[in-house]
Ligand binder design. Structure first.
Ligand code: BJW
Ligand code: ZN
Length: 296
């Protein structure tokens, strides 16, 4: 049950105490942790991605089959947005926790790579990575990393196209997607094709109705079952199976802490709900942790 009646200061002090005593801490993160870096979340009314665009049109295998160009361009635009942003205090605090004796693992639903950019090494990406692409016909397990553009000709094509799409969206706004859908303003070589079989390449992310990478989700289940303190940071906790991880951790004995300015379906089950942005809550808890026992 969620702790009630605690001030934000008391909640953060309690989080610092929990982290100080934790032996197997872990976190599930969602789009909210990257919001303070300037990346829109999915479900925040009109400003979230799903307030502006339909997930059925952009984040399902059926959408890619129906309009690969549109879906490719949407991801190209998001990759270009990402090139402009930096990890924030929340990502940095979780990366810092990895250096404590108990270590720390981040299970992230985010595809943006900002945990790794902040220095986290133990990161499990359960919904894939936006900078990786793969054959949409699954002819090979090979993944192409777009940042390898200098050495990989496929990635170089994709990178050039990303810039063209980003420029188009910067100039025409959401109207750019209408133009693309109608067959106008299509950057050349988009979507790029698989060098082995000629099918389109697709982003290596998990769309609705697709299985999560088996190794990543199995490792996440194990971590949740073994955790003694489990944080759920910046997630609406509605997309399964990832949303089931905090519940699993709690059922297996972990203290579950939610950090989110808004209530979610997890709030009633969490032991502690901190109604605050991830950056301020995590950095304040880390500061208390660094002061040591009794001085928090
Ligand atoms: C802040 C903040 C600040 C703001 N600080 N916080 C059980 C019941 C019902 C349905 C299902 C079920 N099990 C499975 C399903 C179906 C479906 C699903 O869950 N649907 C529900 C939506 C109803 N799940 C799937 O389809 C999954 N696959 C699957 O189950 O496969 C089974 C299968 C088996 C065998 C064969 C085949 C299949 C796949 C789900 C894939 C989700 N993909 C996306 C897109 C990824 C690529 C991309 O980025 O484009 O993943 S959708 C989107 O949602 C993205 C996210 O990772 C995911 C979760 O969103 P997240 O991170 O929680 O973000 P938001 O925006 O929802 O929330 C942000 C939160 O931050 C808010 O609460 C804010 O308040 C908060 N916040 N500022 C802290 N500063
Ligand atoms: Zn192929």
């Amino acid at each position: 049950m969620a702790a009630t009646g605690q001030s934000p200061e008391q909640s953060i002090k309690r989080l610092a105490e929990l982290l100080a005593g934790a032996r197997r801490p872990a976190a599930l993160t969602g789009a909210g942790i990257s919001a303070e870096s300037g990346i829109p979340t999915f479900r925040s009314g009109d400003s979230g991605f799903w307030g502006r665009f339909s997930p059925q049109d952009l984040a399902t295998p059926q959408a890619f089959a129906a309009d690969p160009l549109l879906v490719w361009c949407w991801y190209a635009w998001r990759r270009a947005q990402l090139a402009e942003v930096q990890p924030n205090a929340g990502h940095k605090a979780l990366a810092e926790l990895e250096h404590r004796p108990a270590g720390f693992t981040v299970i992230t639903q985010n595809v943006d790579g900002l945990h790794q950019a902040a220095g986290s090494r133990n990161v499990i990406e359960v919904h894939g990575s936006i900078t990786a692409v793969r054959c949409s016909a699954d002819c090979t397990p090979r993944r192409y990393r777009l940042h390898e553009r200098e050495t990989d000709p496929t990635a170089a094509t994709a990178f050039g196209a990303d810039r063209e799409v980003a420029q188009l969206v910067a100039e025409r706004g959401d109207e750019a997607f209408a133009l693309i859908r109608e067959g106008h303003a299509i950057p050349s070589g988009v979507p790029p094709v698989c060098p082995s079989c000629g099918a389109y390449l697709r982003p290596d992310v998990v769309w609705f109705g697709e299985e999560l990478p088996i190794e990543a989700i199995n490792r996440s289940y194990k971590l949740a079952e073994r955790a003694d303190v489990f944080l759920a940071v910046g997630t609406s906790a509605v997309v399964y199976p990832a949303a089931g991880l905090p519940e699993l951790a709690g059922a297996a004995g972990a203290v579950v802490v939610e950090i989110n300015p808004e209530p979610t379906p997890l709030s009633n089950q969490a032991d502690l709900s901190i109604r605050s942005g991830a950056g301020s809550a995590l950095s304040a808890a880390l500061e208390l942790l660094d002061r040591g026992p009794g001085r928090a």
